[in-house]
Write a new protein. Structure first.
Length: 462
């Protein structure tokens, strides 16, 4: 028995599917579609899905080509309802509160572009908001009377501090005569990959009379989500990241009380209801404008002609995950692997894992390990090469990313954060502790090349 096998047994990482297939390499080779020799250490960015879900995806695409109008107009809405019902059961939410959008960014945009802002009303967001969503906030403040306020900090911080700071900033806005209309926050932050106290922040929003908009890009299939208990004002979560569903597919939840606020999809669909008058739809009521459905559901059912087959793969993905052992088994394995794998990598690199004193940041399937690269050394190389000091962090990050793909057949999401370079690692059912050992060795080699200045002169080729 190897050391990694012994550790896996001790840590409870010897997990098998109901069919007797071991999580990790065996499951990877049997069920997934990776190129031989490529190790996917970055599940968190784009996700992936098994062969059985791929086959289901292709079957829907084939059906759409075999009888385009028959499938798209009449069969697709029925299959879409089945997917919505499956997600309703998973998330403990009424089916009528759930629709699909292509990705979490679209969901956040849908919320912000539908809300009507008056002068003095603010959008509150946190320092680690996803970049595209922060730019959306910027756009809204440029084109509407809305203002914005950002809670600034650097991880690691404690959950208690984050919640207290939310209350403080909301009160500060109110004391100046303003109002926080909506707050945007994550379930699990993208960069760095840490868990936010989204449950407590949702409660804090209720206490302050603030609309809660949860960006759960890393949510469904990753951490436990019970919308019936959580009861946010808006929630969107990618299914293609952690639920093993094809890209792009995200679930968008709006409780009945807030559905009148979401008047338009992006782009505006046939389901839109103008305030003054009516505009006839060319689609049959038995298809996309079904009067038996709520205005909210009808609005999002058919936005425009794209390949919506990923939305229909939800039941197949959930059935496959059930064969693996179910949601709790998957979450426990992936979160344990992320946590223990990060410890292993940090130990071998002689560095540390990003965590706070109460160990709440790592209660998810992502982990962050500091890389052993000297900032002073890198800046010294950069100065001699005429590279601006402000560009060093991103230039080193980009070289590292491309080198891992080109020379080592893998990718590790890295970032320059709070004065150091970090590697974000993903725990997933097709990975095992031995893969994190390999990751540690590989990152050590690449960091050694960085320390020698090998990245200098190559930034223009990235």
């Amino acid at each position: 028995m190897t050391q990694s096998q012994s550790q896996s047994q001790t840590l409870g990482l010897e997990v098998y599917t109901k069919d007797g297939v071991k999580f990790g390499k065996e499951l990877r080779e049997k069920e997934f579609l990776f190129e031989k020799g490529y190790l996917n250490l970055n599940h968190g960015s784009f996700g992936t899905y098994p062969r059985s879900v791929r086959d289901k995806l292709r079957s829907y695409q084939d059906a759409a080509e075999a009888r385009p109008d028959s499938f798209i107009r009449y069969e697709y809405p029925k299959l879409l309802d089945q997917s919505r019902a499956a997600m309703a059961k998973l998330l403990n939410a009424p089916t009528q509160t759930l629709v699909f959008v292509p990705n979490a960014t679209t969901g956040v945009n849908t919320v912000l572009r539908n809300l009507v802002f008056a002068p003095g009303e603010h959008i509150l967001y946190f320092d680690t908001i996803y970049g595209a969503c922060e730019k959306t906030v910027s756009y809204i403040t440029e084109t509407t009377p809305a203002s914005s306020v950002k809670i600034q900090y650097s991880y690691p911080v404690e959950d208690d501090w984050l919640v207290a700071e939310f209350h403080r900033v909301v009160k500060e806005v109110e004391d100046k005569g303003g109002k926080v209309k909506v707050a945007i926050f994550d379930t699990v932050v993208s960069m760095p990959g840490v868990r936010m106290p989204f449950e407590r922040l949702t409660t804090a929003c209720k206490e302050r009379g603030v609309l809660s908009c949860i960006d759960g890009a890393h949510g469904v299939g990753h951490v436990e989500i019970d919308l019936g208990t959580l009861d946010p004002d808006f929630f969107v979560s990618n299914c293609h990241k952690w639920l093993h569903v094809p890209r792009g597919c995200a679930i968008f939840y709006v409780p009945v009380r807030n559905q009148p606020l979401m008047r338009s999809t992006l782009p505006t669909s046939h389901g839109f209801a103008p305030k003054n008058g009516t505009i006839a739809s060319p689609l049959p009521k038995s298809a996309f404008v079904d009067e038996a459905k709520t205005a909210y559901v009808s609005n999002f059912e058919f936005v425009g002609t794209i390949d919506n087959a990923p939305y229909l793969c939800i039941p197949a993905a959930l059935a496959w995950r059930e064969r693996l052992g179910g949601e709790e088994v998957i979450r426990k394995y992936c979160s344990t692997l992320a946590k223990e794998g990060a410890k292993l990598v940090a130990e071998k690199l002689g560095t540390e894992v990003l965590e706070n004193s109460t160990n709440t940041l790592g209660q998810c399937c992502l982990s962050n390990v500091r890389l052993p690269v000297s900032v002073a050394t890198a800046q010294g190389f950069a100065a001699k090469a005429g590279i601006e000091q402000a560009d060093v962090g991103g230039t080193v990050r980009d070289w590292l990313s491309k080198t891992l793909i080109d020379d080592y057949g893998t990718f590790v999401q890295s970032l320059f954060y709070n004065g150091a370079w970090w590697a974000r690692l993903s725990g997933q059912v097709y990975l095992g502790l031995e893969d994190f050992e390999w990751a540690a060795e590989t990152l050590g080699k690449v960091c050694g090349r960085l320390e020698k200045g090998e990245w200098i002169g190559k930034e223009s080729k990235l």
